[in-house]
Design a protein around this ligand. Sequence first.
Ligand code: ADP
Length: 327
Amino acid sequence: MNKKVTKIGVLTSGGDAPGMNACVRAVVRTALFEGYEVYGIMRGYQGMLDDDIIKMESRSVANIIQRGGTILKTARCKDFMTPEGRKKGYENLRKRGIDGLVIIGGDGSFRGAQIFSNEFDIPCIGIPGTIDKDIAGTDFTIGFDTAVNTAIEAIDKIRDTADAHDRLFVIEVMGRDAGYIALHSGIATGAEHILIPEKKTNINEMVDSLLEKERRQKLVNLVVVAEGDDFGGGNEVGKVIREKLPNADVRVCILGHIQRGGAPTCLDRLIASRMGYAAVECLKEGRDNVMVGIVNNRMHYTPLDHAVKAKQKISEEWLKIVKILAS
Ligand code: ADP
């Protein structure tokens, strides 16, 4: 057991994700309910170093559960990667007596939290807030469901115009290292091909399959590509298809940042609320260096170390389903 926590700091770090606000709200209100003082640290670790830290009350998180983005703002902070930077951050926490931290972010943020916690004996609890869903130890990450639903809405609209003109669309979705948004949105919109970073792209095989479809007059085709696909993303894939299928009317659409914004879905609000609550309970129970997750609908606690090292794997079954359903 660690020493008893009395004041909790909460921050959002790394890439923003819809639902982070709902999670901040849950952390603040649970902490107050449990009798802790709670502080919001602005712009992730940067605010910790800059001493940009504000006391939170119940009203501070009113009317934010439905909002995308994060009221605490988020940032990437190079100085936190240095021992001097982290020491400065620690001193700013100590000044206020903050002795427990909740970090809502992705694997990079957890890496930082782990190092910080080991150096300064401040228990750190991670909450997975990332649209990429690329963290082990949880079935959900905050923001993924919203991002994938935004992608679906956009791809459905693209399908309408593809159908009206008999066009082949290459649609790039977010996912630099993880293909979950591409995989889920592609299956849910009936894409013919889904290209993800986790699987080497066989461009010739895809072109052959599109040529075969062209021969049988299947002219509406959607190819969903994760931005981090090894072939080079939507533009590169579009270029090759244009070259190899000169008769096809090929368009490329990069969905981009719309996938990060917007009101969180019901699922994201629920998991954000549950995880925020559980993170404060973790500090109360004396846990340290763990990530709060949900596995099989139950709270699940994973050492931060494991959460950042073991990426979630994409099951072969998903990939098989793509092939069978897109014939
Ligand atoms: P995400 O949390 O979304 O994966 P990043 O990878 O950008 O986002 O990480 C967010 C921040 O976490 C970084 O800007 C940095 O301040 C901190 N961080 C990441 N990796 C480390 C590390 N190895 N050591 C210390 N801090 C780190």
